[in-house]
Structure formats: C-alpha cells, structure tokens
Design a protein. Sequence first.
Length: 321
Amino acid sequence: MNELKYAVIGAGAMGYRYGILLQNAGFNVDFIDAWEPNIQAVKEQGGVWVSRDHEGRHLVPVNLYTPEEYAGDPDVWIIFMKQMQLEDMLKRCSQLFKDHQVAFSAMNGWGHFEKINQYFSEDRIYGGTAIIATVLNGPGDVDFIGKPGTGSMHMCAMNEKVTDIEKAIAHDFAAANMNPEITTDFKGTCMAKIVFNSVVNTLCTMYQITMGQFMEFDGAHDMTKQLVSEAYAACDAAGIPMINTVDEEVESIEYASRVGNPLHYPSMYQDMIHGRKTEVDYINGYIARLGEQYGVDCRTHAFLTNGVHLAELAFQIHHQQ
C-alpha cells in the first residue's frame, strides 16, 4: 500500500496532537478548521506553537484550511470535533468526501459515529479511544501533556473487520509514537473511553482540579469504582462487551491519572473555563440514558450530568465581569 495521506478535521487540542505527531513522523498531513481566531493565528504565525508539559515552545508549520478552501484528496480523515459542532462541520466538508477515503475518530462521548455514518459507510469508519492528554492554550497554541510515547489508544472498524488500511493507519500511528492497538469490538472499545471520561473529566471539571489531585483524595478509588461499576452494569444489560474488567478499568483510570497525566486538566474543564458548553451529555448523560433504556439504575451518572451543568453555571456566576 502506498503511503497514506491524512487530513485532520478539527484543529483543536487532539487534532493538532495527532496531525503534528504524524507530520513529525514524515507523513503528509493537512488540517481543516472553522474557528476563525485559530485560522488567523496560524496564518499570521506561519504555523502552530507546540509545547510539551509547558516547555520547549516552538513553531511547527502546518497546512491549515477552511472546508471551503481545501482542495486536497486525503486517504484518511481524522476527525476531532466537539460533539455539538460536528454535524455542521461535516456538512461543510461533505463535498470533499470520496468513496476511496476512510474516516477515523476517537472523539469523546457517543453520538459522532451516527453523524459520520451519514457520509461514510460502516466498512470505511474506524473508531477508537485516545488516552492522550493535550491542551489547546489558545488559537494556534497547543501543549502536549506527558513525555513522548505517553498515552495509549485503541482502534476498531465499525464493521469489526480488520483491513489492510486499518493496519496501515495503525502502523503510521505507531510510527508517530501513539501506541495503537487494534481491537475487534467496536462499541466496547469506544465505550472504554466514555467510561474513562465519565470519571476524570467529570469530577475534575466539577471540582476544578487536575487528574493527579483527584487521585490524592482518599475517596478517589471508591468514587471511581462506583462510576465504573454503574457504567459496566448498563453496558452488560445492553449487550456491550467491554475490553477490560471493572477492576482493570479502575486500575487503568488510576494509573493514567496518577502516573500518566497527573498535571492534566481534562478537556471538559478546558471547555468550562473558556465559556464553552461541555460534552457531559454525551458522556455521563449517555451512560445514564443507556441505563434507563435497559432498566439499569445509573443515578450517579445522571446526578453528575446535572452536576457538571451546575458547575458551568457556577463558574459563569463567579467569573462575571
């Protein structure tokens, strides 16, 4: 197979992370975005400022376009948008989608694959998880959290069939130091990230603390196990096999928080402090709705969904000018 060409839809924290790491590994990458301050900053700077753990800030040239400007023909679309913005962005990019292309997305929450499926058939959609912490400091300025090689990811075809192009994408992700692992259970793979986020994203946002600070709390283990157990019960009732056991998932969350990214404020927190809507309805809210659908009591997830929305309101009240 010839070398793949990539285009990233959504030049935010994770879009930059994936695209720049692939670019640094020697692959052809373009970026598409709709946030005008970001586009303007990149054009004026001649690229995006990249740091790692708040150090070594340097300028990386990138090819960044609006959907209307872009005329490329990538083999692989990497999609990292906020859930609330995805539908409009896909419409704006629709004229660029072709039958030979595939789409990969490891966005937070659940709801994006139905939207992507309107433009790509199931045999051309690859989903996954990305336990890779990144912060967008501002327009054209991104900070990779964790040492090189930190983090992990899983990927799976929506139709659960391993293909040559999936193997090629995984090869490229490995070359970019993102530690990919191919699985054959699509929804279970994607649910693992939702469960992960339903703990650290939500609680760290509500209490405005880092992942490491959450782990320092004496009750962190019990809170983590309660949320994971509740989510797993809903998944079990829905017939979704998970890739980890409850205890393995709890251990994974605790390791990522205590060792992998202890200084990281999750993306949900970043959204809240910048006045953006959070994706909690697609994370804890999705788990609560899944439980309700299958007769499982997920009241903790339902409570935390409201808790994050209350935290959004409280943050706005406390920071009114």
